[in-house]
Design a protein around this ligand. Structure first.
Ligand code: HPA
Length: 246
């Protein structure tokens, strides 16, 4: 029997899941994914790792070819997707360095290629997206965070902005009133495309800065990078435990 296959989409800062991998070039009807897939296998699992922004990091959030990324993972056999995202913290409980396993999102992006059901107008498809994240996978991820005593929030609403600029303080205030707990630029259309392909999808978000207006002064890229480099070590260990739990 073939092994279960997990697609792992790495965000900013997570560029190497393992040291040893084989690469798999995949082409799709939507063009090439951000990078060749890296295949990591053990006795019980196959993991397809894809750095969302390319390797080296070269596609900003609004220019990622999300359709090619998702299609390539599905075509190569992924049965579920774990996405890692760096985000800003809006809710006070989501301090820098905390993780969040969101259960909801609000899409503020525009102009991105956001569906596979674009041209076949004989077969108009509206996927259900009431719950954008897979609850069984979320539960497993939360169990790993709890078992390792890692500071996290087991739920939250991810507000997805267009970028690449960060938000204004007023935009964050509005998002807070909308109910957003974290803000990032890459959860959509990724999560919607995964649902269109029938791929259960879960997100591990790492808070790398207080959102605009939530701390004194401007948001510094140097501060974000410092948090990312510490946080990604934790991400690696969470991912290993998550994979072992599947
Ligand atoms: N806003 C949007 N995206 C982000 C942020 C932010 O503050 N931090 C990391 N990704």
């Amino acid at each position: 029997m073939s092994r279960p296959t997990l697609g792992l989409i790495g965000g900013t800062g997570l560029n190497a899941f393992e040291e040893r991998w084989e690469t798999l070039d995949v082409d799709t009807p939507y063009g090439a994914p951000a990078a060749p897939l890296r295949v990591v296998e053990n006795d019980s699992m196959r993991i397809l790792f894809l750095p969302r922004h390319g390797d080296p990091h070269r596609f900003p959030p609004h220019a990622v070819n999300y359709r090619a990324n998702l299609w390539a993972l599905k075509q190569a056999g992924a049965e579920a997707i774990l996405a890692v995202n760096a985000v800003g913290g809006i809710h006070p409980r989501l301090a820098t360095g905390h993780f969040c396993v969101p259960n909801q999102l609000i899409d503020y992006t525009w102009g991105r290629d956001s569906t596979f059901f674009e041209t076949d107008l004989d077969f108009v498809t509206h996927i259900d997206f009431s719950e954008p994240y897979d609850s069984a996978l979320r539960q497993k991820l939360v169990e790993v965070l709890v078992s390792r005593s890692i500071a996290h929030s087991p739920s939250g609403t991810y507000g997805v902005t267009q970028g690449p600029r960060l938000e204004t303080a007023a935009e964050i205030r509005r998002m807070e009133m909308d109910g957003c707990d974290i803000v990032g630029m890459t959860a959509m259309p990724e999560a919607g495309l995964a649902r269109e392909l029938n791929l259960p999808y879960v997100c591990l978000a790492l808070v790398v800065n207080p959102a605009a207006g939530k701390a004194a002064g401007p948001i510094s890229m140097a501060d974000i990078e410092a948090v990312l480099s510490d946080g990604m070590d934790q991400v690696q260990s969470v991912l290993s435990a998550f994979v072992a739990s599947l």
